[in-house]
Design a protein around this ligand. Structure first.
Ligand SMILES: Nc1nc2c(c(=O)[nH]1)N[C@H]1C(S)=C(S)[C@@H](COP(=O)(O)OP(=O)(O)OC[C@H]3O[C@@H](n4cnc5c(N)ncnc54)[C@H](O)[C@@H]3O)O[C@H]1N2
Ligand code: MOO
Length: 391
């Protein structure tokens, strides 16, 4: 059994950013990472732009100007403007080439076609210079940038429609267990509802991973072997739930071994999620998550999600860790490091009741995980603890 720190380190070391990129519509690019530098195809702004509704002035030394016309946003005119003359102008409109400044309409009075300034203006006031934000062929956004709403808006403002991004992995989720039936059917004695696949796919969707396929396997060796062989061949990432412990009907480990996967680690000194298994085969990454629902989700957030984000090209792929002051007393029962479902409010964190790995209610209420390393055996109210924010 390895430590949490060693397991995290091995996951980091054995996961590489994908080399597969594709050109996609920017409207579909939220959450993708740029695979190349994007150069601006235009100067932005593409002309001298008025930043205010007011008057464009032919000179800046006078206090009174003769009003000779108007330019509004979208106009394609460049009217002549002499010293002592002004043109009515609006925010976003092209500023006449000869204009030396724009004054806000609140700072003038207009009488008989004369614009009278109540204060002096400085040269180029309220004019957004040509190419002020970015020049044509300069790097608009660098390779590695995460596409956020703002990044999408920015590239759209430069007229860009398609961008090269790192492809997101295709993912198979495999739920194992004879006892599992889909929600919506009536439970027979011995059965429970299968909830891990919908939970994991929801967590994947939230993180922007949508290429997901589902499989359900009975606890049967040959079937486990053949389905695992197929999915390892077909998908970039395989997430298996359950069947990874030591019981007579836990066939996942045996099947993976028979398929000659490269085992990176099996069993981590942690609670929940002790029998976590991580392996690779060619370009496929395989995580076998313990079947207990809270163990599955805990391992997903701590190990799987950072790995998937790294594959998809994210620079900051780890969940944020902070410290907070515990509002709870908690006594560890065993020796393993623990990930505890918790509720953080400001810098105060409450460890929730119901931490068993079979229970999801505390997870459903949690917004954070308190991490207790092996050496911490007890938390007292007022102690500083490590907190991992849940996405
Ligand atoms: N003798 C030992 N027994 C167990 C050990 C051990 O070290 N020695 N470890 C325990 C720990 S810790 C865990 S965690 C579990 C993990 O077991 P598996 O990964 O093999 O998972 P299963 O046995 O298939 O299922 C465990 C539990 O979770 C329920 N389950 C499974 N899949 C789903 C699903 N898709 N949706 C909802 N619930 C699911 C299943 O019914 C079981 O109750 O092993 C301990 N045993
Ligand atoms: O490690 Mo298991 O997830 O404690 O129950």
């Amino acid at each position: 059994m390895i430590t949490v720190e060693k397991a995290l380190q091995l996951a980091q070391k054995n996961i590489q950013k994908t080399t597969i990129t594709s050109d996609i519509l920017i409207s579909k690019s939220l959450g993708y990472v740029l695979a190349e530098d994007i150069l601006s195809p235009i100067h932005m702004p593409p002309f001298r732009q008025s930043a205010m509704d007011g008057y464009a002035l032919g000179s800046i030394d006078e206090k009174t100007f003769t009003l000779i016309g108007e330019v509004k946003a979208g106009d394609d005119t460049d009217p002549k403007l002499e010293q002592g003359e002004a043109i009515r102008i609006f925010t976003g409109a092209p500023v006449p080439s000869q204009a030396q400044a724009v004054i806000m309409q609140e700072k003038v009075t207009v009488q008989n076609n004369q614009v009278i300034l109540s204060e002096h203006v400085v040269s180029n006031a309220n004019i957004r210079p040509f190419g002020e934000q970015i020049k044509k062929d300069d790097i608009a956004l660098a390779k590695g940038t995460l596409m956020t709403a703002a990044a999408i808006g920015y590239l759209a403002s430069l007229g860009i429609t398609h961008i090269p991004v790192y492809q997101k992995p295709s993912i198979a989720i495999i739920a194992t267990g004879n006892e599992l039936i889909p929600p919506g059917q009536e439970l027979k004695y011995g059965q429970i509802y299968e909830s891990n696949s919908i939970m994991l796919s929801s967590a994947l969707n939230k993180a922007g991973f949508t290429d997901i396929s589902y499989y359900k396997i009975e606890d049967e060796y040959d079937l486990t072997l053949s389905i695992l062989e197929t999915v390892i061949d077909q998908y970039d990432v395989v997430l298996i739930s359950g069947g990874i412990s030591v019981g007579d009907y836990d066939f996942v480990g045996k099947a993976l071994q028979a398929l000659d996967v490269e085992e990176i680690f099996y069993k981590v000194k942690q609670k929940p999620g002790k029998p976590l298994y991580f392996a690779k085969k060619q370009n496929t990454t395989i995580f076998a998550l313990p079947g207990n629902p809270a163990s599955s989700l805990s391992c997903f957030y701590i190990y799987v999600l950072p790995s998937l984000l790294k594959i998809a090209g994210y620079e900051n792929h780890n969940l944020t860790r902070n410290t907070a002051i515990s509002a709870s007393h908690y006594q560890k029962k065993g020796q393993r490091a623990e990930f505890l479902k918790a509720l953080i409010d400001g810098n105060k964190v409450t460890i929730l009741d119901g931490q068993a790995s079979s229970m999801l209610r505390s997870f459903a209420l949690a917004n954070a995980i308190v991490y207790l390393p092996e050496e911490v055996t007890e938390v007292n109210i007022g102690d500083t603890v490590t907190v991992i924010n849940l996405p």
